[in-house]
Design a protein around this ligand. Structure first.
Ligand SMILES: Nc1ncnc2c1ncn2[C@@H]1O[C@H](COP(=O)(O)OP(=O)(O)OP(=O)(O)O)[C@@H](O)[C@H]1O
Ligand SMILES: [Mg+2]
Length: 414
C-alpha cells in the first residue's frame, strides 16, 4: 500500500460497464491514483501485483461477481485489510446487507452522486490510515515494552550481583572488625600474664640471692611459695581466657571466611559471636540476655548467621539505645519440627511507622551522614533469605522497642 502522507491514495475501480468506471474515474482522478478493472478476475490479478488503498467494487458482474471477489480478498491475509466499498444497483437492500456481512466497509448506490462517493471514500481512507497508524504504534509499543523489560531484568541482575558483592565485602569487614576486637580483647589477659610473669621472675631472683647468702627464713620461704602459687593461678586464668577467646575467634573467623555450611549448635555459635564482638559494646551500660534452648543443632551457614546477629546487635546499641543507659537486648532461640525461631528484641526507642515499612530497603537510614549507610538491614534480609533460606519480620513502635523474628530452616543446603 502507498504511504498516504507522500503519495496520492491508490483506488481500484471495478465494474464490467466501462461507462460506470468512466464516471468514477472523473470523480477521483485529480487527487487519487486510479486503476481500473472490468471483471472480478482482473481485480484480483491487480491486487496480486499491487495493493490499492481502497476498492470500489461493482456487485453484478459476469464471471466472479463482487461478493465473490470480496470473499476472496477477505480470505487473503495480504488483501484482508483493504477497505471495500460496494457499488450496488439502485434500491437493492439485500445486496447491501450481504455486502456488509462479507466484510465491505460501506456501499453506495448507482447512479453515483459525486459528492457522496467522494465523502464516503475519504472517510474510509482516513479510517484505514488511522487504523494502520494504531497498529504500527502497537507494534513499536510492544517492542518498547520488550526492550524496557530486558533493561529492567538486566538492572535487577546487576542489583542482585552488587548485593552479593556487598555481602562479600560485609563478610570481609566483619572479619577485620573481629580481628581488631579480638586483638584488643587479648591485650588484657596477655598484659596481665606478662605482669605476673615479671613479678614472679623478680621474686624468684630475690629468693635465689637470699638462698645463696644462706639468709633464708622459714617465714619468707612460705611467703614466696604463697606468692608463686597466686601468680600461677593468675597466669592460668588469664591464659585460659586468652585460649578461650582465640578458640571462639578462630571458629567465627573460619565461618566468616569460608561461607560454608556445617553442623553447629545454635547456642554455641551465638555465644562465640557475642564473645568476639567489639569490646566497646561491653563498655556500654547495656546488657545482652541470651536465652537459647540448649541442644538446637543446625545444618546451615554459621558465618551468615553471625553477620546477621552482629548487624542486629550493632543496630540495637547504635539506634535503639542511643542516649539511654538501661538497654536490654534479648536474644532467644527455640526450635520446633524443622525450623528455628530466633528473636532479637530490644527495649529501646523503637522505629517510626513510616520507617518500619522500608527498614529492609537499601540506603534507608536515620544516620545518613553520621556513619550510617542504611545497608545493614538490607544485607541482613539478603543473608536471611539467600544464605539461610529463612525469613525475617520486624515489629516495632516508637517507645516500645523493636523485635526482629527470624524463622530459619534447621537444615538448609543453600
Ligand atoms: N533496633 C533498632 N531500633 C531502632 N531503630 C532501628 C533499629 N534497627 C534499625 N533501626 C533503624 O533502621 C535504620 C536502617 O538500619 P540499617 O542497619 O539498614 O542502617 P544503619 O544502621 O543506619 O546503617 P549501616 O548501613 O551502617 O547499618 C537505621 O538507620 C535506624 O533508624
Ligand atoms: Mg545498621
Amino acid at each position: 500500500m502507498t504511504d498516504p502522507t507522500t503519495h496520492k491514495p491508490v483506488l481500484l475501480l471495478v465494474d464490467d460497464q466501462p461507462s460506470n468506471i468512466q464516471v468514477l474515474h472523473q470523480i477521483f482522478k485529480a487527487d487519487h491514483e486510479v486503476y481500473m478493472a472490468t471483471s472480478g478476475e482482473q481485480a484480483l490479478a491487480f491486487c496480486a501485483s499491487q495493493l490499492p488503498d481502497l476498492i470500489l467494487l461493482d456487485v453484478v458482474m459476469p464471471g466472479l461477481n463482487g461478493h465473490q471477489v470480496c470473499v476472496k480478498l477477505k480470505a487473503d491475509a495480504r488483501t484482508r485489510d483493504i477497505p471495500v466499498i460496494f457499488v450496488t444497483g439502485h434500491n437493492n437492500p439485500e445486496d447491501e446487507s450481504e455486502g456488509l456481512r462479507l466484510g465491505a466497509v460501506d456501499f453506495i448506490s448507482k447512479p453515483v452522486n459525486a459528492a457522496i462517493v467522494r465523502a464516503r471514500v475519504r472517510v474510509q481512507l482516513m479510517l484505514s490510515r488511522s487504523l494502520r497508524q494504531v497498529q504500527e504504534l502497537n507494534e513499536t509499543l510492544e517492542e518498547r515494552v520488550a526492550q524496557r523489560t530486558t533493561e529492567l531484568r538486566q538492572a535487577m541482575q546487576d542489583l542482585r550481583q552488587s548485593q552479593d558483592s556487598l555481602a562479600d565485602s560485609e563478610a570481609r569487614a566483619t572479619l577485620s572488625t573481629l580481628i581488631a576486637s579480638v586483638s584488643h580483647e587479648l591485650g588484657t589477659p596477655l598484659g596481665n600474664s606478662r605482669m605476673v610473669a615479671s613479678t614472679l621472675a623478680e621474686q624468684t631472683k630475690a629468693m635465689a640471692l637470699a638462698l645463696k647468702a644462706g639468709q633464708i627464713k622459714r617465714s619468707s620461704l612460705d611467703h614466696y611459695v604463697e606468692q608463686v602459687s597466686d601468680g600461677i593461678n593468675l597466669l592460668e586464668s588469664n591464659l585460659e581466657r586468652s585460649v578461650e577467646l582465640l578458640g571462639d575467634f578462630r571458629q567465627v573467623a573460619a565461618d566468616q571466611a569460608s561461607e560454608q555450611r556445617r553442623l553447629f549448635k545454635l547456642d554455641v555459635v551465638v555465644g562465640e559471636i557475642l564473645h568476639t564482638l567489639s569490646p566497646s559494646l561491653k563498655r556500654q551500660p547495656h546488657c545482652i540476655v541470651v536465652d537459647i534452648a540448649p541442644g538446637i543443632i543446625m545444618d546451615s551457614q554459621p558465618g551468615a548467621l553471625g553477620r546477621v546477629l552482629i548487624n542486629l546487635v550493632n543496630n540495637a546499641y547504635l539506634h535503639a539505645f542511643e542516649g539511654r543507659t538501661d538497654g536490654v537486648l534479648t536474644i532467644s532461640g527455640r526450635a520446633d519440627a524443622n525450623q528455628v525461631t530466633l528473636v532479637v528484641a530490644d527495649n529501646g526507642i523503637g522505629i517510626a511507622p513510616e520507617l518500619l515499612d522500608k527498614v529492609f530497603d537499601p540506603f534507608v537510614s536515620t544516620k545518613i551522614g553520621k556513619g550510617g549507610t542504611g545497608l545493614g538491614m538490607a544485607i541482613v534480609q539478603n543473608l536471611v533469605t539467600k544464605s539461610l533460606g529463612g525469613r525475617i519480620e520486624v515489629q516495632s513502635a516508637p517507645g516500645q522497642g523493636t523485635r526482629f523474628e527470624l524463622t530459619l530452616p534447621t537444615v538448609f543446603s543453600g
